[in-house]
Design a protein around this ligand. Sequence first.
Ligand code: CP
Length: 304
Amino acid sequence: MNKAARGSLLGIEHLDAKEILRLLTLARRMNPLKPRPLLRGKRVLLLFYEPSTRTRASFEIAAKSLGAMTTLVLSSGSSIEKGESLLDTGYTLRAVGADVMVIRHPHAGAPLLMATHLDIPVVNAGDGMHEHPTQALLDAYTILRHKKTLKGLQMAIVGDIYHSRVARSTIHLLSKFGARITLCGPPEFLPEVATTLAPGLHITRTVEEAVRGSDAIMVLRVQKERLAGTKLRLQEYISRYQMTMARLKLARRDAIVMHPGPIIRGLEITWEVADCPQSVIVEEVHNGVPVRMAILANALGKAS
Ligand code: CP
C-alpha cells in the first residue's frame, strides 16, 4: 500500500492548525465570480455513493471556476450497481484520466482506502460517520467572517451529534484553536466518550444551558428514522431540542446560527430561526465554493 498522495484531504483530525489556516487563507483569495484558469486541463472526478446537493454542486462549480473539467459518477447508474468494488471503480476512473478524486461514501475510511491505492490526491466529501472535512473548513471560514478569532469561541452544537460526520470534523477543527464547545441532544445522539474526545468539550442536559452566552450555534439535522431508535417521540424532540427564537435569545446578541444542511424546517429548527438575520445557513453554502476551490488548488499543487 502507498501513502496517500500529497494534497489529499481525508479528515481534519490529523491536520495541524497551521495547515488549516493555510487553506482558509487560500480560500480568501478565491473568487468564483472571477474565474482563474489555475487548473486548466485538469480532470476532477466527483464520485458520489450517497446523495448530495451542496457538496456536489459546490465542488463542481469550484473546479470549473478554476478551469478544470469535471466528471460526475454516481453509484446509481454506474457499474457500481453491477457489483464493481470501490477500488476497481477507483482504478477505472484513474485510468480514464482523473487528476484528483472527490469521494462521498457511506462507509468510514473509503476515501483513505482510495487514497492509499491511487497515485492521485483524494478529497473526502463525507465518509460514513467519520469526517466531512470540507464542511468543517467552510464552517470555520464562515465563523471567521463574523468573529475575530476561533480562540475562546463558545460554540453550541445541538442535535444528532453521534451520527454526524460534520460534528466530528467541526469538533476536531475548533478544538485545535481553543474553542469551547458544548454538545446537547438526546442521550442516544451524544458521543459516549465526549469528554475524552477533545479538550474544551462539554455536554449539557438542556438546550437552554448549551445556548446561553454562546457565540455560535450549530444545529444538526435529525433523521426521523434515527429518532425512532431513541426514547423520544417527534413532538418531544421538538419541544426539548428544536432551535426556536426563544432559545436563540439566550445566546449572545451577535451569535450566529449555523446548519450544514439539508435543514428540516419545523423539526430541528423553526422557519423563523432558519431565516432570521442571525442565520448564516445560506452563507455557509455560498462559502463552500471558495473553500473547495482552495482545497482543489491545494490538491493539485497550485496553492502558491
Ligand atoms: N452539508 C452537506 O454535506 O450537504 P449535502 O449532503 O447536500 O452535500
